[in-house]
Design a protein around this ligand. Structure first.
Ligand code: ZN
Length: 210
């Protein structure tokens, strides 16, 4: 599967100790092969596991069972808790943003294609999926603002981009000279040569000395 979308869900369950294994049991009871989501993010209502823990569901190369009409084209992330009653916890958001950024980079998925389950209806509206896949669900829940999530995602990816600094020709040549000097004397540091090579061949250093 080559996912084009990432769909965010709520477990819609406020009970204790809900996690990947519990959802796996629910989905097996529906005669599915097992958990339909690719990832689960726990909240603060688990007696053994930490708030914000990310658990793996289906492998990302396998179609999930979480968004009828879009399963063969998307990854599914389920946040534990009940999104109609409570917002995700701060730790859940922290893990969700990290996971989304990682998956967006890995599969080249734009922010606009990170959607909430209920937004399948927007895809119906846009003729991307058939009207029979219209959903009456509020998932990931009334408390969850998908526009806010996308805006925040966009701002943190912009920040990451801005971290790549611009170097003047002068500082480039300073760094090149410093590296040349280090290389000249590398024999004097027999135990540090690996680290020196690692430094010299780091993409950031290569980018600066090109
Ligand atoms: Zn859902």
């Amino acid at each position: 599967m080559n996912p084009e979308y990432i769909v965010v869900h709520t477990a819609a369950f406020s009970g204790k100790d809900c996690d990947r294994d519990m959802i796996d049991q629910w989905h097996k009871a529906r005669n599915w092969s097992g958990i339909g989501y690719h990832f689960v993010i726990l909240n603060d209502n688990h007696s053994q596991k930490a708030d914000g823990t990310v658990e793996n569901g289906r492998p990302t190369n396998t179609a999930g069972a979480h968004a009828l009409g879009l399963n063969s084209r998307s990854l599914g992330i389920c946040c534990i808790g009940h999104g109609d009653k409570d917002d995700f916890t701060a730790k859940q958001y922290e893990s969700l943003y990290k996971l989304l950024q990682k998956l967006m980079a890995e599969f080249s998925i734009p922010v606009s294609k990170v959607i909430g389950h209920r937004e399948l209806n927007d895809l119906v509206q846009q003729d991307i999926i058939s009207t029979r896949y219209r959903t009456s669900k509020s998932c990931p829940g009334h408390k969850i603002d998908m526009d806010f999530i996308r805006t925040h995602l966009k701002s943190i990816s912009d920040e990451t981009e801005q971290k790549i600094p611009e170097f003047s020709a002068e500082s480039r040549s300073d760094v090149s000279n410093a590296i040349a000097t280090l290389q000249q004397h590398r024999a004097k540091f027999p135990n540090a040569q690996d680290e020196l090579d690692e430094f010299i061949h780091h993409p950031e250093v290569i980018a600066m000395t090109k």
